[in-house]
Design a protein around this ligand. Structure first.
Ligand code: SAH
Ligand code: SF4
Length: 438
C-alpha cells in the first residue's frame, strides 16, 4: 500500500512541477513514506533522516534547497517525536492527508517551520487524486489499486487501526474509473489493496457491493486479464468470495490469507476471532472449489504468552495446510497496543529460535511447491526483458518470477511456458508450442 500511496503522492505533486529522480542528491523534495508495523521499520526512519539531513546540507552548500517530508504511518503515530528528534523536517503528514501535500508545500514556504498534518479528515483523499495518475510497476503491466483502507478489528499486536484509522471502502464507481484508466494505459493485472480487503463493502449508488461483486464488475473491463487482492482476513472469507475463485476466471489461484498462529489460545489472545480449525475449514472449502489454489500467509512468533505447545500448534497448522510462500515475523511490541503492555513477554532468544524453525519449515514447503510445478505448463504474464539477451521475464499465476527465452513482442501478453528450472526465488522455463493463451 505504501508503493501505491507513494505513486499517488507523485501524482498530486506533478502539477507543481515535481517529478521522480533516481538519487536523493538530485531531489528538491524528499519524502520518506514510512511504515510503523514493526519497531525495526519505525527506527529506520530516524537513521534515514540523519542520512538525508547530510544530503540536504551538502545541497545547501551548493545553494540548492531541499524540502524534507515524512509521510505514512510513522508520521501518523510519532509526529511529535519526529518533531523533537528531527526538528529540521519540513513536513509531517499521515497516510490520510497526502492529497493536501500541494497546500502543505505552499504553507511551509511561508511558515518557515515544520508543518504537521496527521488528521483523519472527513473528506477522502481518493476524491482529490488527479485523473491522469500514471506510474505503475513492472513495465506498466501490473498495478496496485487501493479499494479499502483502515481496520476496525484491533488485533492485540497491531498498530493499523490507530495509524490508518477506521475501516472504509471506496465507492465502486471511483474504483471502476481508476481500473479502466489503468487498463487503458496497458495494465493487465490489478492487485486490489486493503488492510482488510475482503471486508470490502463499497457503495454503488444505494447498493453495497462485496469484494466478489467488485471482482465480477472488474471482469467486464476489456483487456484486464488478472485480478488479485490482498490482504484478507480469515473472518471475512465469505462463501461468495470462495465461490468467486471457482466462477471468476480472472481471479488468480493464489491467496494471501494471514493466520498469525495455529494455537487457539494465542489466536484468542490476539483477538483474531477465529480458531485454527476454522482456518483449516476455509482452506478446505477453497481447495474444493479451486483445487489448484496455492496459499500464502503471515505468521508471528513470540506473541505474549506463547508457549512451546502454542508454537508447536503453529507448526502443525503449517504442516496441515502447506503454503506456497509466507512472511513470518518475531512479535514486536508496538506502543499503545494491548499486547505490548502484557506480562509474559517471550524472550528474544526464544523468538529467534522459533522463527528459525518456522522459517525452515516454510522454506521447505516453498521449495516443494516450486518443485511441484516442474514439468507443468503455466500461463505467464510477460512483464519485460530479462538480464540475459533474448530472455523475457514474467509472472506466474502464483506470483513467481519466471524467466524464459522469447520474442520481446510478447511483452504484455500471457503465454504458455513449460517450467523446467527451479531457483531459490524464481523459475525458468521454455515457451510452450501451444498457442499463446491470449
Ligand atoms: N490485515 C492483515 C495484516 C496487516 S499487517 C491481517 O489481519 O492479517 C501485516 C503483517 O504484519 C501481519 O499479518 C502480521 O503478521 C505482521 N505484524 C503486524 N503487527 C506486528 C507486530 N506487532 N509484530 C510482528 N509482526 C506484526
Ligand atoms: Fe492489524 Fe490486520 Fe488485525 Fe486489522 S485485522 S488489526 S490490520 S492484523
Amino acid at each position: 500500500m505504501n508503493v501505491y500511496d507513494s505513486a499517488r503522492m507523485a501524482d498530486v505533486l506533478r502539477p507543481l512541477g515535481y517529478g521522480p529522480v533516481d538519487r536523493a542528491e538530485d531531489a528538491d523534495m524528499i519524502i520518506l513514506n514510512t511504515c510503523h508495523i514493526r519497531e525495526r521499520a519505525a527506527e529506520k526512519v530516524f537513521s534515514e533522516l540523519g542520512r538525508l539531513r547530510l544530503i540536504r546540507e551538502a545541497r545547501q552548500a551548493e545553494g540548492r534547497d531541499t524540502l524534507l517530508a515524512v509521510a505514512g504511518c510513522v508520521a501518523q503515530a510519532e509526529g511529535e517525536e519526529i518533531l523533537a528528534r528531527a526538528p529540521y523536517v519540513d513536513l509531517i503528514l499521515g497516510p490520510q492527508t497526502y492529497h493536501r501535500l500541494p497546500e502543505m508545500v505552499a504553507r511551509v514556504a511561508r511558515a518557515g517551520r515544520t508543518i504537521i498534518d496527521t488528521d483523519f479528515p472527513v473528506e477522502t483523499k481518493f476524491d482529490f487524486l488527479p485523473e491522469d495518475a500514471a506510474p505503475q510497476t513492472e513495465g506498466n503491466l501490473t498495478a496496485f489499486l487501493t479499494i479499502q483502507e483502515g481496520c476496525d478489528k484491533f488485533c492485540s499486536f497491531c498498530v493499523v487501526p490507530y495509524t490508518r484509522g477506521a475501516e472504509t471502502s471506496r465507492p465502486v464507481p471511483s474504483i471502476m474509473t481508476e481500473a479502466s484508466r489503468l487498463v487503458e494505459s496497458g495494465v493487465r493485472e490489478i492487485t486490489l489493496l486493503g488492510q482488510n480487503v475482503n471486508a470490502f463493502h463499497g457503495l454503488d449508488g444505494e447498493k453495497t457491493v462485496t469484494l466478489a461483486g467488485l471482482a465480477e464488475r472488474l471482469g467486464t473491463i476489456p483487456g484486464l486479464q488478472r485480478i488479485r487482492y490482498t490482504t484478507s482476513h480469515p473472518r471475512d472469507m465469505d462463501q461468495s468470495l470462495i465461490d468467486a475463485h471457482r466462477d471468476n476466471p480472472l481471479l488468480m489461484p493464489f491467496l494471501h490469507l494471514p493466520v498469525q498462529s495455529g494455537s487457539d489460545r494465542i489466536l484468542k489472545a490476539m483477538n483474531r476471532n477465529h480458531t485454527a480449525d476454522e482456518y483449516r475449514d476455509i482452506i478446505r472449502d477453497l481447495r474444493k472449489v479451486r483445487p489448484d489454489i496455492a496459499l500464502s500467509s503471515d505468521f508471528i512468533v513470540g506473541h505474549p504468552g506463547e508457549s512451546d505447545d502454542d508454537f508447536e500448534a503453529t507448526l502443525q497448522l503449517i504442516r496441515d495446510v502447506t503454503f506456497a510462500s509466507a512472511y513470518s515475523f518475531k512479535y514486536s511490541p508496538r506502543p499503545g497496543t494491548p499486547a505490548a503492555g502484557q506480562a509474559f513477554q517471550v524472550d528474544e532468544d526464544v523468538k529467534d529460535k522459533r522463527l528459525a524453525v518456522l522459517q525452515a519449515l516454510l522454506r521447505e514447503q516453498q521449495d516443494a511447491f516450486n518443485a511441484s510445478l516442474l514439468g507443468t505448463t503455466q500461463d505467464i504474464l510477460v512483464t519485460g526483458t530479462g538480464r540475459k539477451t533474448g530472455q523475457l521475464n514474467g509472472r506466474s499465476p502464483y506470483l513467481q518470477p519466471v524467466h524464459f527465452e522469447g520474442d520481446p513482442a510478447l511483452i504484455g501478453k500471457i503465454v504458455k511456458v513449460q517450467i523446467t528450472k527451479q531457483f531459490t526465488n524464481s523459475l525458468g522455463g521454455i515457451q510452450s508450442k501451444e498457442t499463446a493463451a491470449f
